[in-house]
Design a protein around this ligand. Sequence first.
Ligand code: GLU
Length: 472
Amino acid sequence: MTSPVTRFAPSPTGRLHLGNVRTALFNYLLARREGGRFLLRIEDSDRARGGEELLEALLVDLRWLGLDWDAGPGAEDERGPYRQSDRDALYAEAYARLERGGRAYPCFCSALELEVSRKTQLAAGQPPRYAGTCRDLDAEARAARIRDGRQPSLRFLVESGQTVSFNDLVRGPQAFVSDDLGDFVIRRADGAPMFFFCNALDDALMRVTHVLRGEDHLSNTPRQLLLLEALGMSVPAYGHLPLLLGREGRPLSKREDSASLHQMRQAGFLPAALLNYLLRLGHAGAPDGWVEPVDLPSAFHLDKVGRAPAHFDEAQLLHWQREAVNRLNAVALAAWIAPAVAELGPDRLATLAAVAGRNLNFPTEAPDWAGVLFGELPPVQPEATLAIQEAGPAFFAAALEAYDSEGPDLAKIAALVRTRTGCKGARLYMPLRAALTGLTHGPELAPLLRAMEPHLLRRRLAAQAGHAGETV
Ligand code: GLU
């Protein structure tokens, strides 16, 4: 294969979500894997819906995930501009060429006329397609309509009796009958280009070799193939990815904010976790275990992208988040939790990150652990209360004495308490953990003990020992 040129071509009409980010990732990996180029093209030809903030947000999201583009906004090259709203002259030139070659013609049919024609065809049991009303208008008839003030759309002329076929990179051989397409509009009456027209033309002009995109675009492909062929331009290989379905089996949508990349970033998901998760969505070529972001391209195999719809699975995502958190070093852990515990100074932040960082799924869990180490206990959990009650005040009196004589050394404290109370194993460690943290699970106890403010540690043991005046 010659070096592939791939692209991600989002329309800035909403936030990126997992579904379209997967499309971006697969295109990115396909290019990176083969030493090719990955382009970013902004499909804002439908200007009414786009917005500068959404565009900026999209770039931020992609950069955060590490999907850097070789050319695109902020990295223009001779194939640009990379925003469709800056490419009108190129579209105009292609329209003119199609008209000159007799492959496109102005259509003056009104919306009402088209609707009536559609209904008539349906009533007669025929598939609705353009009836060809304006196809053979001569120059004079066209001029007369323009004089009447009618604004024509531009239609592409589809020759009948053709089969449009291509080999989909994901779905295999595809064939469409041109008669089912009918002559289709490529420029609206108000002059706005149709999305699929710009999309196909830009792929050809940017010399894109592979297009991986959502299968909701499959029906555009035969029209795009016909257009490019009529323009004498090269056609990319298309691969249509199955949709990503959300919780209720519906496709994830840009407006369903729950799975937007932005929200996931705010929640503290790590980019490497998302990348590992996305790599496996509808792609069976990845190894079972963790893949470092730099190794993602070699873990991607286009022939292992499946046709079955992929389902969003929160448990899987959380699994990769845990894996990613476990791989953060102390500095990265501290940076990750810092926004959630902004009031901590640098020393306490570093301590918290070192002691409890790897036990967190999300930074929002950090304040509770800051409380355990330096302030107030979060509400004591019922299982913890139970463990405390089962151990009884004498156990904690022994623990407090041991702490006072040995300092925050878990092994020494445990040895003394064992001797005094006969408790061992979980019956020894669980009540200690419960009294000191309010939980029956959490980070390793020994470093926790060393990091905890001494007066808090004493107070918590004393309170359970039933010493007057002590509360947790
Ligand atoms: N702008 C289109 C979209 O966001 C891109 C389609 C394509 O990748 O060809 O769905």
